[in-house]
Ligand binder design. Structure first.
Ligand SMILES: [Zn+2]
Ligand SMILES: [Zn+2]
Ligand SMILES: [Zn+2]
Ligand SMILES: [Zn+2]
Length: 335
C-alpha cells in the first residue's frame, strides 16, 4: 500500500514536471521520491486571482539531520507577486532568520539549530504572496540553493524543488444578453458562466387569455414583471345556464322545453288540459286519460285506478307479441 502511494506520488510529480519543464529539475522530484533529502516550494493552490493572497509551503522531506539549514536566494516573479509574510512554522528547532527580508528579492530562510541534529520534516515555513492587481500568467518561485550541515560539520546534500503559480486575471462579472429563466427563477448570464441577479419570478395579477365556457376551461396567464416569463392557470368551466329554444315539445301527455346547450328536458311536466282540450302550457291536444299511451319512453300511468286492469291486460298482450316476433327472428337467424 505504502509503495503504491509512493509510486503514485512520484508519477504525479513527474507529470507536473513535464508541464513546467525548465522550472523544476526532474532529478529533484525523483530524489524526493527515492528518499533523498529535498526542500520544496509548494503553493497551496495552483492558481490565484489577481489581488488575492496565496500561501506557499516550504516543505522539507527525508531530512537526515541538520544543525544548520539555509534555503538560500528564494526568488519570485515580483511583477506578479508581492511577498507579504514569511512565517517560521516552528517545525525546525533553533533560531530563525527570514522574517526581516520581506523587501528583498531574492531572500533566504536560515535556521541555526546548534548543538544537535534536527531530523524533523514537513512544512518548515510558509510564504504568503499577494498576486499583483491587473496581472495574469505563470509566476515562478525558485530556490537558488540549499546549504545544510550536521553537528559534525559534514555538508548535507539537499536538493531543491522550485514552485510555480498561475495568476488569474481578476474577473468582474457583467450581465450579458436577455434574461434567462426557468419555471421558478430568472437570471442573467456572465461570460464566465456564472448566473447573476438570480431571483424568483414576480408574477403580475394575471390576465384571462382564454375565457372559460360551459364546455371548456379557460386560461389565466401571469407574466413576470422582471423577465416577462409567463405561467398559466386553468379557469374552471362556467356553470351551465339553460339556453331554451323557442316553443315546447310534447309527447305522451308530457311537455318540456329543449336547451341549446344540453340534453336536459327543461320544465318537464304533465300536460294539463284547459277548457278547449288543449294543454294550458304547451298548447297540444291533451289525450283523455283512459286512452293511455303505448309510446316508448314516457308511459303514463293513469290516475284513474279503475282502468288499471285494462292497461295491465294490454301490457300482457303487447309483451306476448314481442316474444312471438322475437322468437321468429331468432329462428330465421339460426337458419
Ligand atoms: Zn463572470
Ligand atoms: Zn422572472
Ligand atoms: Zn341546458
Ligand atoms: Zn303540455
Amino acid at each position: 500500500m505504502k509503495f503504491f502511494k509512493l509510486k503514485k506520488l512520484a508519477g504525479l510529480v513527474l507529470a507536473a514536471a513535464v508541464v513546467v519543464t525548465g522550472v523544476i529539475g526532474a532529478t529533484g522530484n525523483t530524489a524526493e521520491a527515492a528518499g533523498a533529502p529535498t526542500v520544496k516550494l509548494e503553493a497551496q493552490a495552483s492558481s490565484v486571482t489577481a489581488g488575492d493572497e496565496l500561501k506557499v509551503n516550504v516543505v522539507l522531506s527525508n531530512n537526515p539531520g541538520v544543525a544548520f539549514f539555509s534555503v538560500t536566494d528564494i526568488k519570485y516573479d515580483d511583477t506578479k507577486l508581492d511577498l507579504i509574510e514569511i512565517k517560521n512554522t516552528g517545525v525546525m528547532d533553533g533560531s530563525f532568520t527570514g522574517a526581516q527580508t520581506l523587501d528583498s528579492n531574492p531572500f533566504s530562510l536560515v535556521w541555526s539549530i546548534g548543538t544537535s541534529d534536527d531530523k524533523d520534516n514537513g512544512t518548515i515555513a510558509t510564504l504568503t504572496f499577494k498576486a499583483v492587481e491587473d496581472t495574469s500568467g505563470a509566476a515562478n518561485i525558485t530556490i537558488g540553493s540549499v546549504e545544510a550541515f550536521n553537528v559534525a560539520f559534514d555538508e548535507v546534500n539537499v536538493e531543491n524543488i522550485d514552485g510555480s503559480v498561475t495568476v488569474v486575471e481578476k474577473h468582474n462579472h457583467a450581465a450579458t444578453g436577455d434574461w434567462q429563466f426557468d419555471k421558478t427563477h430568472h437570471w442573467k448570464e456572465c461570460s464566465c458562466g456564472e448566473d447573476l441577479d438570480k431571483a424568483a419570478h414576480t408574477w403580475d395579477a394575471g390576465k384571462v387569455t382564454t375565457q372559460p365556457t360551459e364546455k371548456a376551461e379557460g386560461v389565466k396567464t401571469y407574466t413576470c414583471t422582471v423577465c416577462k416569463a409567463t405561467k398559466t392557470e386553468a379557469i374552471a368551466k362556467l356553470n351551465h345556464t339553460h339556453d331554451l329554444k323557442d316553443g315546447w315539445k310534447a309527447e305522451g301527455g308530457y311537455h318540456w322545453q329543449e336547451c341549446n346547450g344540453c340534453n336536459e328536458k327543461v320544465n318537464y311536466g304533465k300536460c294539463e288540459a284547459g277548457a278547449d282540450g288543449l294543454c294550458k302550457v304547451c298548447g297540444t291536444k291533451v289525450e283523455t286519460a283512459d286512452e293511455g299511451t303505448t309510446d316508448d319512453g314516457k308511459q303514463e300511468t293513469s290516475p284513474n285506478t279503475g282502468d288499471t286492469a285494462t292497461a295491465a291486460l294490454w301490457f300482457v298482450v303487447i309483451a306476448a307479441a314481442v316474444v312471438v316476433v322475437g322468437g321468429t327472428r331468432m329462428r330465421k337467424s339460426v337458419r
